[in-house]
Design a protein around this ligand. Structure first.
Ligand code: MLT
Length: 265
């Protein structure tokens, strides 16, 4: 489906019935990465997935920015008359979840922070992002996807499930160069969200793949210590894309968390 907001056209899906859950994707993927979750959970929950501008079915449109992505998500929620949702963000989706909390706290019923980090970019990450921007402009989307794929999947998935890598590549190559450059610049400019952690007063689940080398378990544990109402799940044999690599395990902890949020309200 397509939502038209002030400055963007946004691809989204709205599947199932029940309490709303909105899923925010990683870089450089799109909403299709959440298919293993929406297909399993839509029997009990209303699952919304949104493409950030420049990814999937959302054409690139300036201005970019993590806050802009968060405002776009709020606009999609408006367009489908959802007042509050559980927000599930993986990696870059987690950065957007922090921004949603800062800018639209009344829309956030609970949070799932998967394979993400609160801190701003370290100097080596900043350098890598500038290299990726140059690579995207010089060689296009496929070159960026190939470079990024190396860290996205855990060792176990790479060794035992080659089909996951092809599935992730097939999703990621739908990005546009403008979208990729816009997202890299947005991540470069994003603020440190560490001061946001103690302000999170909604139930929060932190999920991380034990083999995540981009946002490793120690980052997840640091967030867990800083967020009062949080719990943490470390998924064995999964890397950075834990929801894609171990969908059944991810869905089980997510579903249990959603039920706990429902019964606490
Ligand atoms: C992602 O998976 O969204 C990216 O790895 C995030 C990042 O590069 O910081």
């Amino acid at each position: 489906m397509i939502a038209q907001t002030g400055s963007a056209t946004l691809g989204y899906d709205d599947i199932g019935e029940g309490a709303a859950v909105v899923f925010l994707h990683a870089f450089p993927l799109n909403r299709r990465m959440w298919a293993p979750q929406t297909s399993a959970l839509a029997g009990d929950w209303r699952c919304l997935t949104v493409d950030f501008r420049g990814f999937g079915d959302s054409p690139a449109a300036e201005p970019f920015g993590i806050d802009r992505y968060a405002d776009d998500v709020a606009a999609v929620l408006d367009s489908v008359s959802v007042r509050r949702a559980v927000v599930v963000g993986l990696s870059m989706g987690g950065y957007v979840a922090f921004s949603l909390w800062r800018r639209h706290a009344n829309r956030v019923r609970a949070l799932v922070l998967a394979d993400t980090r609160a801190g701003a970019d370290a100097p080596d990450t900043r350098e890598r992002r500038h290299e990726l921007i140059a690579l995207a402009r010089r060689e296009g989307v496929a070159a960026v996807v190939d470079r990024q794929l190396v860290g996205l999947l855990g060792k176990t998935t790479r060794e035992r499930r080659a089909e996951v890598e092809s599935a992730v590549r097939a999703i990621a190559v739908n990005a546009s160069v403008e979208g990729i450059v816009g997202a890299l610049e947005s991540m470069l400019q994003r603020p440190d969200s560490s001061p946001t952690l103690p302000t999170l007063t909604v139930p929060t689940l932190i999920v991380v793949g034990a083999e995540d080398v981009i946002t490793p378990p120690k980052e997840a544990r640091a967030m867990h210590e800083a967020i009062g109402q949080s719990r943490i799940e470390v998924l064995a044999n999964a890397g950075h894309l834990s929801s894609v690599e171990r969908p059944a395990a991810f869905n089980a902890v997510l579903n249990e968390f959603l039920h706990s949020v429902e019964s606490a309200d």
